[in-house]
Design a protein around this ligand. Sequence first.
Ligand code: SF4
Ligand code: SF4
Length: 394
Amino acid sequence: MTFNKDADERLFHAPDDTQAALDYGVDLDSPEAGPKPVISLRRRGSSLASAAEQLRTLGTLDLVDAQGRPANFEQHIADIGMARGLRPAPLEIFQINVGKLCNMTCKHCHVDAGPDRVEAMMTRATAEACLAALDQTDCRTVDITGGAPELNPNFRFLVEESIKRGKHVIDRCNLTILLVPKFADLPEWLAERGVEVVCSLPHYRQRNTDAQRGDGAYEKSIQALRRLNEAGYGQGDPNKILTLMTNPAGAFLAGSQASMEREWKAALERDHGARFDRLIALNNMPISRFLEWLQNSGNLVSYMNRLLDGFNPATVPGVMCRNTVSVGWDGRVYDCDFNQMLDMEIAVEGSSSEGAMTVFEFSPEKFAARRIRTARHCYGCTAGAGSSCGGATA
Ligand code: SF4
Ligand code: SF4
């Protein structure tokens, strides 16, 4: 597809003030800002930095379904009576991925985020276009993600403007970012505005967390949790919800959310006096750095078979691509954050072109008529209890 010229300029040319705003009081590349157990695929020049290569890798694996056919997600969906594939549902969530810049480089990251990703940063013009698009929808929730979304100079602007519009706002926070000097005030700032913080923490045990996020990640995360608790988060107040988000530390599916939540609450309170409101559990998606880890550790085929064998039809109605708009840092619109990372832009029914929309020309009618694009990575959303940005779906 082609973009119009004006939109192209707003999409790809950051305003001059963006770079000036990248002063965080610490060098993001330093260990002080956050642990970095790996280097981003992009920085290493890995072939898996390419979305096309990731899709090719998954697509050419020798995987067969229970009927002996080559594994095909669309076929699986058709087999459960959805011959036309996943169908869009009424929109509920407007998810904005403001960029790939992060103070950490976790091994399992599906974004390939890191301190080097300064090129992938949403501009003010694109943030404003997101709000204009949001105003055309009935979405009740604005979900701001990244990278570490707080690092984008437009993060507070997006939060304020969304709150003004009466939206429930989610900050997908990696916890350690709250210890970066520039964000010392953020727990109270977010609490005053009733923002829900959804904080990723691989495990309540140090060993499991540091294995994914690097040495020192756990200790910093606990310090940040305490800061959020001091600001009133995690105490049962519906205006200060602290959700923890966990994902498995290896090539297996997420466990039961409900039983893990009880265990986590008891352990964090006992060991650190730290509290949170709820726990959500996600499967790791076989893309980006987790895909590389699966390949290098010899787990790729067995993990994909685990996802395939774990296909659970009850999870399908709740997959997030049905009720979510996902906007990338450059303004392109996707079915979900995973399709975004794989450069699978939306496909509008009846259109011969794919990648048919940016926020600058967002149309709710066209978006509602999209064909949701799927591929083998989608088995990550439908295995076991299911997996979405809101946790289990079945
Ligand atoms: S998983 Fe989250 S915290 Fe870790 S590198 Fe990726 S975006 Fe950053
Ligand atoms: S990866 Fe995206 S498109 Fe595929 S099932 Fe999950 S939410 Fe839907």
